[in-house]
Ligand binder design. Structure first.
Ligand SMILES: [Zn+2]
Length: 166
């Protein structure tokens, strides 16, 4: 796993850090060709989210998100965006390319591995498809299974590092 991805994983919510490392290990293991996973974004602050929401609304450009501050799972460190690094050099967001020639697009191989671990893919969303995006659907806590919708997360208390207390 590359250093940049690892640094981003270390800022995710502590409950998913090991799992994301495991997912990446499995993805890189499955992609036996030229592609490897890179985490392009993990935790995103409320301020950063506001700035993204403003693009195409308050500032020029195409809209990049429908989520206001607090409405993205990134704001809780429970979502990641990925790209594929080809030959360790070039970033690719091509979701159809089969870099390892095994008959399945590399991106989709990753989608399946994320899904196995209970992560939702933004490519399955009906409105505003977000192909690089994955988010943790639910987390098992001492209190039982917590569904990680932003409405639930927004109401939760935070620890000293700012992570929601699950
Ligand atoms: Zn995302």
């Amino acid at each position: 796993m590359d250093k940049v991805s690892l640094q981003r994983i270390e800022k995710l919510h502590p409950v998913v850090r090991e799992e994301v490392k495991q997912i990446i290990k499995e993805c890189d293991g499955a992609l036996t060709g030229r592609a490897k996973i890179r985490i392009t974004q993990g935790l995103r602050s409320f301020e950063e989210q506001e700035k993204l929401y403003a693009i195409g609304r308050l500032t020029t450009g195409k809209k990049v998100t429908n989520a206001k501050a607090g409405q993205s799972i990134h704001n809780y460190g429970l979502a990641v965006d990925i790209c594929l690094m080809i030959d360790g050099k070039v970033a690719s967001w091509d979701t159809a390319k089969d870099w390892d020639n095994d008959g399945v697009a590399d991106w989709y191989e990753c989608v399946k591995i994320f899904a196995k671990h209970g992560w939702d893919w933004g490519g399955n969303w009906k409105t505003f498809k977000d192909l690089p995006h994955f988010e943790k659907k639910a987390i098992t806590t001492k209190k039982g299974l917590v569904k990680t919708s932003w409405r639930t997360l927004l109401k939760m208390g935070r620890d000293k590092d700012g992570y929601v207390i699950l």
